[in-house]
Design a protein around this ligand. Sequence first.
Ligand SMILES: Cc1cc2nc3c(=O)[nH]c(=O)nc-3n(C[C@H](O)[C@H](O)[C@H](O)COP(=O)(O)OP(=O)(O)OC[C@H]3O[C@@H](n4cnc5c(N)ncnc54)[C@H](O)[C@@H]3O)c2cc1C
Ligand code: FES
Ligand code: FES
Length: 1346
Amino acid sequence: MRELDRNMGDKETCADELIFFVNGKKVVETNADPEMTLLTYLRRKLGLPGTKLGCAEGGCGACTVMLSKYQPYTQQLLHYAVNACLAPICSLHLVAVTTVEGIGSVARRLHPVQERIAKAHGSQCGFCTPGIVMSMYALLRNNPTPKATDMEEAFQGNLCRCTGYRPILEAYKTFTMEGRCCGGWGQKNGCCMTNENGDNEDVDMNSASMLFNAVDFAPLDPTQEVIFPPELMSLSKSQKTHSLRFHSNRTVWLQPDNLDEFLHLKWKHPEARVVVGNTEVGIEVKFKNMLYPVILAPAFIPELHRVIHTEDGIVFGAACTLSQMEAVLKQAVATLPPHQTEVFLAVLEQLRWFAGQQIRNVAAVGGNIMTASPISDLNPVFMAAGCKLTLIDKDGSRVVQMDDNFFVGYRKTLLRPQEILLSIEIPYSTRNQFVSAFKQSPRREDDISIVTAAMSVTFVPGTNIVEDMKLSYGGMAATTVLAKNTARKLLGRCWEEELLEEASSSLAEELTLDPSVPGGMVSYRKTLTLSFFYKFYLTVLQKLRQQGLNVEELRSDFLSATELYHPETPSSVQIYQEVPEGQNQDDVLGRPMMHLSALKQATGEAVYCDDIPLFENELYLALVTSSKAHARILSIDSSAAEQSPGFVCCVFADDIPGSNIAGKIAHDETVLADSQVTCVGHIIGAVVADTQLHAQRAAKAIRIQYEELQPIITIQEAIAAQSFYQPIRTIQKGDLEVGFKQADHILEGKMHIGGQEHFYLETNVTVAVPRGEDDEMEIFVSTQNPSETQCLVAEALGIPANRVAVRVKRMGGGFGGKESRSILLSTVVAVAAHKLQQPVRCMLDRDEDMLITGGRHPFYGKYKVGFLKSGKIIALDVSYYSNVGNSLDLSLSVMERALFHMENSYSIANVRGRGFLCRTNLPSNTAFRGFGGPQGMMIAESWITDVAQSLGWPADKVRRMNLYVQGDLTPYNQVLEQFTLDRCWDECLSRSEYQQRRAAVELYNRQNRWTKRGLAIIPTMFGISFTASFLNQAGALVHIYTDGSVLLTHGGTEMGQGLHTKMIQVASRVLGVPCSKIHISETSTNTVPNTSPTAASASSDLNGAAVKNACLILNKRLEPYKSKNPKGSWEDWVKAAYFDRVSLSANGFYKTPDLGYDFDTNSGRVFNYYSYGVASSEVEVDCLTGAHKNLSTTIVMDVGVSLNPAIDIGQVEGAFMQGLGLFTLEELHYSPQGVLLTRGPGSYKIPAFGDIPTRLTVSLLRDAPNDKAIFASKAVGEPPLFLASSVFFAIKDAISAARAESGITGPFRLDSPASAERIRNACSDRFTKLCPPAEPGTFRPWSVQV
Ligand SMILES: Cc1cc2nc3c(=O)[nH]c(=O)nc-3n(C[C@H](O)[C@H](O)[C@H](O)COP(=O)(O)OP(=O)(O)OC[C@H]3O[C@@H](n4cnc5c(N)ncnc54)[C@H](O)[C@@H]3O)c2cc1C
Ligand code: FES
Ligand code: FES
């Protein structure tokens, strides 16, 4: 036996060579660090930045790569997608890695998966794109003709925050069997890829529905794929595996080549961690700061990878991956008699919703069991099925039953330290046994469970008498548990209503939760245990009946409660107006032109801030932040940090040479906390070290002593303490008193709208480079606000702004989150770089970014509304309270916009709206797409829904009757001109076939008790302009070079919204040159100064007008040369002008005219114009679990004359999906002490591929030119977001139908988001009654509504 276990003292001397291949090239690493991930290795060591870091916890898929290895046992090549952020490099011996750079490039040859996602507009900011490309690539390597469902499964582990997913699916449908109906080479309006049936009645004359043309796509030729490296093949075939050992000065990785040695090592190092997929251990090391000095990898141990079919079931080696297990079980289900496969089907049902494919491809079944998580999805099935586990140590093996003795505590099993899990046997089911598994999580795809369960019942043959029963639950205790008492009580009982009653009350008694339990949702979790049992009861009843037993017949309206969720492949239609007949082919304005960086984004060649290669001497910075919400800093001890490896220096407030004051408007914050901290995550200082890891470790070693002060966390606490920022804004029109007097009815209500994390895929990042003379500093940063970054850095460094050049190439998403909060980080990095006179970089980890940078403001609204019998609303008094956090930031403007949108689109004669800014000890909340508008409008839609419900009328009737008309006056006295909302409404009603749907929904609801459908149609009216009027200005700089090429610069930044593409389209039309001659390199403060942030949806309007202005100036200068030589070319005219000594460079400038509103007098124009839209959505709610399906959405949006329909539709869909997250899914949880508990994609769920409506129609309103903006277009970035509230109100509609079954009618409060928990709790029924919530105030909850 080769001696692996050399003493740790030998570490420096004896490591093996790690050999793997990356994109066909051999890598021999003699110094493999067991803690280094493949992602870090690719990006930092190999200089391959195409693979992105989005979360480092396997939750976003941005880091997806494909691994390939030769399997000697099967003599097959295995290709599979993995998360590079969790893959230890040490696990890659003799593995081929393919990254996005390895499959194609713009310069070389695009791979079809790269080309199609780009050309079909599936890449906006592009940060998710390489990961999505690689997921699709891995799928196609295994199956060149996948089904659409295969594709959907392949994307379970990928997130995109920009596109809304629809265009990605459209692009890749062309590879699937379904998308190939016309070879993927669709004819206009006749292809399944754009229309459901190839015969689309939705598309009118002169409207188009093709955003891309599949004819342009290169075909997929599987024979052209990169081959498995021949050298690796012969190495894999010829080399007998031998034990491996890699080490760093912290950890040793031992990979023995036989079981005996493995067990020997485990005996010698009982504390050693067995690592297979590293999906659990990797998280512990990264986020829980765990150190595992000895890692034992069983990759070479055949016994742990074997699958053996026995007489009793199938035995899986503990290191078998979940994907492998899934394949084996599917095969068994296909071949064995159905009665034998009930357990297998239950396992498969859990695997369907277990993580994403990247995780399942590496995570081992043994890893799931041994992690012993109380919310493991597999352990309940294994327990209910009575699986057997074989445990082994060097002295022998033993077999244990997987029952409630196996888990002995939170994440603890009965294994002895020297033992490992060898295998698990999953039994065949018996003829009279039925098994089901259930999982409920906030999001269906790739999410951890709230409650998970598995149930098995065996009947006395030929009867409905229970012979054996096991009910197993996860999420209800510190371990997976068996509800033994209940199961015992049911033995010998008949499967009938009485048993159900007994089981329900017994489960409610047996499965209790402390009201303060981690994870919260106490009543909901308890209700779920009953709901799951009820579903099981009905399912088994049905199966018994099918077997011919004389049991009660399942009521037809109960049937849908037994159905397993199977997603339908989404289909979509996009409709936009064709460009006018006769428009020059070279004039691309109004055409669906691809985002100009899309191809580079798809190949990984697009450079984001952290992709900039390391500068020589570059250092890394990690932040030191407060762990207290409100406290005085007593002392800071950095001595331990100073001893850590790689430490260079600390940066605290004293190190700021200039001003420490930050906060653009109120100057109410500091760059670095000086004496007090006012939120958890407050930046106190930073540590600079040679590498990111060293900086982060040193930062964690800083010790801070605090004297704690009383914090204010929630809006309610702020109201109680009257903790408000000033001013309290009011907008008032008409006479409220008269209004309420005239009203036939008055009702009051309240609503809370939760906050939202931006979750741009690229976290905040800055690289500051001192230039060595005159205090010059160059800052590369991911920001929407270069000018303010420049100002604050200059102030902090105490130097003039002209020494600071801020450069922004592109962002991986912004959504408002990089408008003001990015600046603090940039300033800290600049201070460090200035102090050290060396380049310094910092990219926040996802958890830091979420903790520190704030998000959308939570809002609480209180309203009183007066209306007539006719349904006409005549009086509204509304108060908004926003949770601002610890500094004012942009919150006053956010509140002002909420007030400007308080009536959404409804005309009300007497109105008063007030806005209170709650000062709390949360991180400062900030701009977020919609900027207070969505919250303002959401409250409006709540009161109008209440009005309809109290009248018992359809809500659409009340909405329509109150809708504004042309010429109406808003509460802030702006006249509505060019009003198109009524047209949008009517078109949406007819496109969505609203009335027919309504009838169908009602019929469905009569026929189904436990699933209900709901429908809603919602308008939106979004004012366009910065409400701070000085910001409504923009500049541009256009250079024409003597070869005719044009360099365009403007003040806007590119964050995926396609601004640069639109600006090039504008310049191309005005100059009359093709887009290919025009280039935008970046946004920089030394080309266009004093810019406004790229925000408020106004950037195309403002910058477009400035670009036009500059181009017109140049046109004028070129005019004489064009007249002189009318047949000449662009190049001829440019050259002639140059030789004539005419300047070929021009500045453009624009300011929006006639703006300026005064709150005191309620006069003046706030907005330049409005963008209008209407959406109708239909949903289906599972009343027993609170899960819902988005069945259908139809959107009609007025974007004026679209500059680029592909980009505009992309914005509509992306905003809609972000709104869908806001209103139905995304929940930030804070502890009562103000600690953010949801700090990554594992706990904070943004919409995934599976959340898009099954049918999605987006239509851009035709013939709606806007005379207020560039080329008659309209702003589009923010306005459509609110349309997602149609899904919320459709859910509310469905809940009303469920409540009606329990005899409850009339208005009810539903806070946002309409999470599964809220939906279930609102669908009050016999089960919810058994699980009442604890009395508020009698316990300390795990999380509070902030
Ligand atoms: C993004 C993401 C999504 C996830 N989704 C889900 C989900 O939906 N449902 C769910 O249940 N879980 C989920 N998980 C948890 C995780 O994937 C599983 O627990 C997984 O099965 C762990 O396997 P692994 O091989 O990666 O474990 P590793 O991280 O390699 O090891 C995990 C633990 O098991 C121990 N161990 C492994 N094998 C043995 C053995 N043979 N003998 C003794 N000890 C052993 C290790 O020492 C370690 O303590 C998710 C994780 C991530 C990162
Ligand atoms: S970075 Fe790896 S999954 Fe997010
Ligand atoms: S394009 Fe997907 S995250 Fe931006």
